[in-house]
Every structure is written in C-alpha cells, then in structure tokens.
Design a protein around this ligand. Structure first.
Ligand code: 9MR
Length: 338
C-alpha cells in the first residue's frame, strides 16, 4: 500500500509510452510563475538523448518554457563534413519544444570548440567567410520560425579578458569575424534576436568593460546585434550586488537586451549555492531581465570543474533542491514594475 509520504512526493505524468512518477515539488511549476510575468525560464545543455529518460523529459516540460541544446548545434556536431548536416538531434529538440509549448534558443553557431576539419583546413578569408555563410544559412533557414533567438558568437573574449580569443575565426578573418557573423546571421534570420554570449564578465571588471567596449562599437557601426547573453557559470562567489543591474542598464542605454544564458553554481556548499541562485535570479528579475536559462536542471547531467559540485536545481533523482525553491520564490516574489 502507498504511504501518505510516497503520495505527496510523487507526481504522475502520462505520456504516450505510459505513466511515470517523478518527485513533486509541492509548488507550482517555475514556468507557470514565469509566464504570468512574461519571463522565459529555460534549461540549456539539453542533449536530445536525455529525452529518452521519461523523468528527464517530464521535469523539463513541466518546469521550463524554453530550452537550448548543449553541444549538438556546435559546428562539428551538426555539420561535421562539408554539405552534411545532422538534423535529427536538433529536430528532436524542436519537436519536443513544440509538443510542450516551449521556445528554443539556438546555441553554438560559433563556439570556442568543436570545429570540423573541413573548416579548419580553409585558410583563405573569402572561402572561410563563405563557409560561415553557408553554415549559418543552412541552420537558420531550417529552423526559421522555430528558433527565434540565437547565441551567434560564444566566448569571443579570452577567458580572463585581455583581448579576443585566438580562435580559428580570428586567425583566418581577423577581429572583424564577430561583426561578419552578426551580419550573416541577421541576413539569414531577419526576425530573430541575436546575442553575443560571454562568460565571467559578472566577476571580472576588466573583462566586463572589454565586452561593453566591443558591443558598443558594434552598435556605433550598425552591426546587427540585439543583446548580451551572460553565461553566469558561478564558482563559489556571487557577483557583487549591483553588477547585474549595472550591466542591464548600460546595455539598455545602447538599445540592447541582457539575458542570462547558462546559470549554474559550482561549490561544495549547498547553502552558499542556494543563496547564489536566490541573489542572481532576484537581482536579474528586478533589473528587468526577462530571459533566464540554466545550464541544465538535474545534477544527473551536470558539467562542472569543481570536483563533487552539484551545480543544478534538481538532484540526480529529479528531487527539487533548495536551489529550486530559491528560484521559485524569486519568481513568485518578483513584482514587474515596468
Ligand atoms: O556543457 C558543454 C560540455 O559538454 C562541453 O564539453 C564543453 C566544451 O565544448 O562545452 C560545454 O558547454 C559550454 C557552452 O557551450 C558555452 N559556455 C560554457 C559551457 C560549459 O560550462
């Protein structure tokens, strides 16, 4: 016989393949609270293979109204050889999102890893730019109307700041590759929002200024960019209070949006982790950020550089952690004054 305790900690989902139990949060889903306030609350790092796990799929669809892929849209994954595209994986994500009334963010058009040999072997700038255009057009046209916001360039700056990353794009096209990428992306998907995605700017003032200088120079030159996507991979220490607000205001003055694209918190101290979820989500909402995504949601599939850290808001068995409740409370308490 089911005990009362079992009854309250499980919820049932009915899917085509059967009925599944997963731990209940005892609250409304995050997406319900977010949608009431026109906020996107998303999970990135969704490897479509994870959808084979019905509990994973159920919690994702239940809690979030946005998703984005992990590596599957990075160049070597989706376009490993010239003219060949692996559409199945991203199609699966897009279909899942459609079935569950979620939106999809494109991630990985240009990232700091995962470039195939056929691209690396192109050394002539004109041919390289053509390859970029072909790649962007193929992907953005395929998902026209299905993916309406994109990380166009991810990690353009060196990790600790101090100049542009010396990646293949930089080596062949020079510093202008970023503006080229945005122009190509805008032409391929005129109605989509285009973001530059960057890490660590919330904790490194010098890098923060460098990103601002780069982006404001784009705006001055008419490079088509809509916003800055802050990764927000936080290790141990929260950003200084006020920094998120300051960034939102400075980009707003340029006519740009700030989003949080990959929030997770890497520490062995769960109380610290929870406080950081609370601080970041609360300040982001108050500052006017309306698009917040985490880099995954279950510690079952976490990517961390702190050995033993559990950076996400559900545990390995999909049980909500205090990080979930902090996020839920931040969304519930948020009063939209705009
Ligand atoms: O989660 C991704 C991991 O599986 C890859 O090995 C890694 C290198 O490609 O990239 C990780 O995702 C990164 C994302 O694409 C960009 N921002 C940093 C993410 C890792 O925290």
């Amino acid at each position: 016989m089911k005990t009362f305790a079992t009854t309250i900690i499980t919820a049932l989902i009915v899917a085509a393949e059967g009925v599944y139990a997963f731990p209940s949060t005892g609250t409304t889903p995050l997406r319900n609270e977010a949608s009431k306030k026109d906020i996107l609350i998303g999970s990135g790092a969704i490897n479509p293979m994870y959808l084979n796990d019905p509990e994973f799929a159920a919690v994702l669809a239940n809690q979030f109204n946005s998703l984005s892929p992990e590596n599957e849209m990075k160049w070597s994954f989706i376009n490993p050889t010239k003219g060949h595209y692996n559409w199945d994986t991203i199609d699966r994500l897009v279909n899942f999102a459609e079935d569950n009334n979620m939106v999809v963010k494109g991630h990985g058009l240009i990232s700091s890893c995962c470039n195939p040999d056929f691209l690396l072997n192109i050394t002539h700038p004109t041919a390289f730019r053509t390859a970029m255009k072909t790649h962007f057009e193929a992907i953005m046209h395929r998902y026209d109307g299905k993916i309406d916001r994109w990380d166009v360039v991810t990690e353009a700056l060196k990790t600790q700041g101090g100049g542009l990353n010396n990646n293949t794009f930089y080596q062949v096209l020079g510093p202008g590759y970023i503006a080229d990428a945005f122009r190509i992306a805008r032409a391929a998907a005129p109605d989509a929002k285009l973001f530059i995605n960057e890490n660590l700017v919330e904790s490194l003032p010098g890098k923060r200024q460098e990103l601002y200088n780069l982006v404001s120079s784009f705006v001055a030159k008419g490079v088509p960019i809509d916003g800055v996507a802050l990764q927000m991979h936080i290790t141990e220490v929260a950003p200084k209070p006020g920094v998120i607000t300051e960034m939102v205001n400075s980009y707003k003055a340029l006519g740009l949006e700030v989003a949080i694209a990959e929030l997770d918190v890497h520490t062995l101290d769960n109380a610290v982790e929870t406080d950081i979820y609370d601080a970041v989500v609360s300040e982001a909402l108050d500052a006017g950020i309306t698009d917040i995504s985490f880099w995954g949601f279950t510690d079952k599939h976490a990517y961390t550089w702190v050995q033993g850290a559990k950076p996400l808001m559900f545990d390995q068995c999909y049980k909500p952690k205090s990080e979930f409740y902090a996020t839920h409370a931040a969304l519930t308490n948020f009063v939209n004054r705009s």
